[in-house]
Structures are given as structure tokens and as C-alpha cells.
Design a protein around this ligand. Sequence first.
Ligand SMILES: Nc1ncnc2c1ncn2[C@@H]1O[C@H](COP(=O)(O)OP(=O)(O)OP(=O)(O)O)[C@@H](O)[C@H]1O
Length: 256
Amino acid sequence: MTYALELKDLRKSFGRTDIIRGVDLQVAQGERVGVIGPNGAGKSTLFNLISGRLEPSSGQVLLNGQRIDGKKPYEINRLGLSRSFQITNIFPRLSVFENLRCAVLWSPGYRYTFLRFLSKLDDVNQRAEELLEMIHMGKKRDVLAMNLTYAEQRALEIGVTIAGGANVILLDEPTAGMSRAETSRFIELIKEVTVGKTLLTVEHDMGVVFGLADKIAVVVYGEVIAYDEPEKVRASQKVQEAYLGSVIAAQQEGGH
Ligand SMILES: Nc1ncnc2c1ncn2[C@@H]1O[C@H](COP(=O)(O)OP(=O)(O)OP(=O)(O)O)[C@@H](O)[C@H]1O
């Protein structure tokens, strides 16, 4: 079986410190995976290894069966993986629509076709209109990104991330900084716009991750200690002891 994303004995050291210590992970096409774990466990490093920001010390990363470890982020993006950062991908002084148009223009299907550019402009506009509807921002079409609310900026960021039609999407804490109400609307939006796509998301909020993910990968000290359906992960004694027990207790105490 070819997985949308597969990690094989992936390792990363900084100096003498082993940060990612032999991660194996298989994500099927269309699966939504939540990556959880304590601070400093290696979740961001894992995302950096997958998206090409960092090169692994050893091991393999395969995207749709093709090795991508060692490739540059833009090459990996062209092969169908898109990663969202926390609103750094949007242009504050451009309107919502222009941001989406730029994202489409910059995406793999269009970026290298400058000579065919003019004949393709209609397609670009049409795709940007489609994206505008997908993220439910038709009414904000001409508003400058800098004048949007924080939650709207995050929604635009999702639109920008999916603009190129990547089939594997990586989201870094997509609901960080949102209110409860915004968070639940945003989870629905993420679900809608990623139907059929493969999604990996790093998330600290257990409510979000258990509501969104088909599978949860628990990273502790650079290793995936559990990778299973949410209910099985929640019930796992090993996960309770290593991580979840203390987090759930803390979130309940904090009123989350
Ligand atoms: N470039 C680097 N050089 C040295 N150490 C690094 C580097 N990047 C990350 N680390 C270390 O690797 C460990 C894992 O960091 P990472 O940011 O991946 O964890 P995380 O699980 O994403 O944490 P958090 O939930 O707090 O964001 C940390 O101890 C961090 O200090």
C-alpha cells in the first residue's frame, strides 16, 4: 500500500542531542492525524523534517510513495505537501481575494507557466473565487487582510494553504489563540476544506484534537509512543502515564 505520508525510522540530532529518535508513521490518503505531546517532545521538529525545513540525520520521509527527505521545502510543496504557519503566509496589505489569487498564482500548477500566464488568468480568478466560498469569506472579499479579526486571518491562512491543491496538509496549532466559539467553527471549517485530503496537525488543545482527528500520534521525548484512534489513545495506560493523564487533569482544572 502506498501511504500519503510515511516516516521510516526518522531521526534528528542537534549536536549530540537526539531530538527525534526513530519515528515510524504511516498515514493513509484522506486520514486526519493529530500530533500531540508535551512541550519540547519534538512535534515541531517532526513537522520541520516532513516539510523540508530541516534535513533528517537519518531515516526516510515518503510523500505518496516518493522519498522527499533532503529535498527543499518548495520542491516538497510542488510534490503536493502544504504547510501552514501561524498567519505568516498572508499579505496584510492585500485584500482577502488578492491573497487567495496570489496563493493560486504561486502554487505549483501556475508558478512555472508564466508564458501561458494570460490565458490562465481566468482559471486563477475562478479558483480564488472557489476558495473564497470554501472558507466562507465571500462577504470579506475586498477587506484588507490586516483588518480581519484574528480568527478570520486564520481562516484566510487555511485558504492560502489549500490553494495549490496539495493532498497533504500540515497545520501548526490551527486554533491557537481563538475563543471557544471560534475554535468549534474553525474545526468545522478545517474538516470541510480538507475532505479527501490528508491532514496532520500539531495541537495542544485536547478538545480540538479529539474532535478533529481520525488518529492520534503521541510524541514523547522524540518517539511516537502511541498511534491509534482517539478513543484507544485516550484509554491507553501508557499514554495516560506518559502524558495524557496530567494534561486532561490540568485542562479540567483550568476550566477547558
Ligand atoms: N535548531 C535547534 N537546535 C537545537 N535544539 C533544537 C532546535 N530545534 C529544536 N530543538 C530542541 O528540540 C527539542 C524539541 O523541540 P520542538 O520544538 O520540536 O518540540 P515541540 O514538541 O514542538 O514543543 P512545543 O510543544 O513546546 O512547541 C527541544 O528540546 C528544543 O529545544
